[in-house]
Design a protein around this ligand. Structure first.
Ligand code: R2B
Ligand code: URA
Length: 282
């Protein structure tokens, strides 16, 4: 990884090189990221149980700032990233700096999340092959110095296959490998008609979602493209594991009960937890 930054201050984590980063973080082998502080705390507690570190106290390392939350149990770091590309992008910049200064090696990064499915039974877990944009292209476009810069968004195929293999031990839900569409918006950007505004018809929406399905897209979320692009740039093994909360071919609204939602949310957690446990015990 090439670092060209001058400032060693990790602004939104409230961590800096004034801390003994190698001592606190040097043993990290897995970093799991997800949208909310609650989910990442719960993941960290779950991992503590899985790794037999049940006495480990799980506290928010970034407690003095409320941008992101970070928890550590043994070699597993869990970090929240908020909603959307800008939010996760800022977090990843600072995470990579942290891993660099902590002298971490052989780190695997996994995003655990929720998504809208396309033609899938709600509750299906999708391991992302490629993150595609709203035109179904495997790219992440960013404006840098006023110019468009484009990065590829393939994820580690070997890691995706290993996760799929691991999912066979969890037959209570289906897991597949497919493309995820990463959008800039939850509403119109995901062809929803239930936002404040809507600029298209039901027929246009249906046509677009059918086209997405034909292009191999099986779920829609909001962070995978920049996640895949920067992990590729940083040469970090990475995967995206998202559960689908609804089938977008059948509607826009997430109507499942809170209980069902929480049950779905546990699925990426148990798959990734099992994978990590296997890897740390070899
Ligand atoms: C999935 O769910 C969130 C929007 O509700 C977003 O962060 C995502 O990718
Ligand atoms: N997250 C999304 O981005 N879209 C959905 O439909 C559900 C969760």
């Amino acid at each position: 990884m090439i670092f060209t930054f001058k400032y060693h201050f990790k602004y939104h984590f409230n961590l800096s090189t004034a801390h003994d980063l190698p001592k606190t973080f040097g043993d990290v082998k897995f970093v799991c990221v997800g949208g909310t502080p609650r989910r990442m705390k719960s993941f960290s507690e779950y991992i503590a149980g899985e790794l037999g570190l049940a006495d480990a106290s799980v506290f928010n390392i970034c407690g003095e700032t409320d941008r992101y939350a970070m928890y550590k149990t043994g070699p597993v770091l869990s970090v929240s990233h908020g909603i959307g590309i800008p939010s996760i992008s800022v977090m990843l910049h600072e995470l990579f700096k942290l891993l660099y200064y902590a002298q971490c090696t052989d780190v695997t990064l996994i995003r655990l999340g929720t998504s809208g499915g396309i033609g899938l039974e709600p509750g299906t877990v999708v391991v992302t092959k490629q993150a595609v944009d709203g035109r179904f292209q495997p790219r992440f476009k960013q404006t840098v110095l006023g110019k468009s810069v484009v990065w590829p968004t393939e994820l580690d195929s070997e890691l995706a296959e290993e996760l799929l293999k691991c999912s066979k031990e969890l037959p209570e839900f289906n897991t597949i490998i497919a493309n995820a569409m990463c959008t800039m918006d939850f509403y119109e950007g995901q062809a929803r008609m239930d936002g404040s505004f809507c600029s298209f018809t039901e027929e246009e929406k249906k046509k677009y979602l059918d086209e997405a399905h034909t292009a191999g897209v099986r779920n829609i979320e909001m962070e995978s493209s920049v996640f895949a692009a920067v992990c590729k740039r940083g040469n970090i093994r990475a995967a995206v594991v998202c559960v689908t909360l609804l089938d977008r071919l059948k509607g826009d609204q997430i109507t499942c009960s809170l209980d069902v939602l929480h049950n779905y949310e546990k699925r990426p957690k148990s798959l990734v937890g099992r994978y990590i446990k296997k890897h740390l015990s070899v």
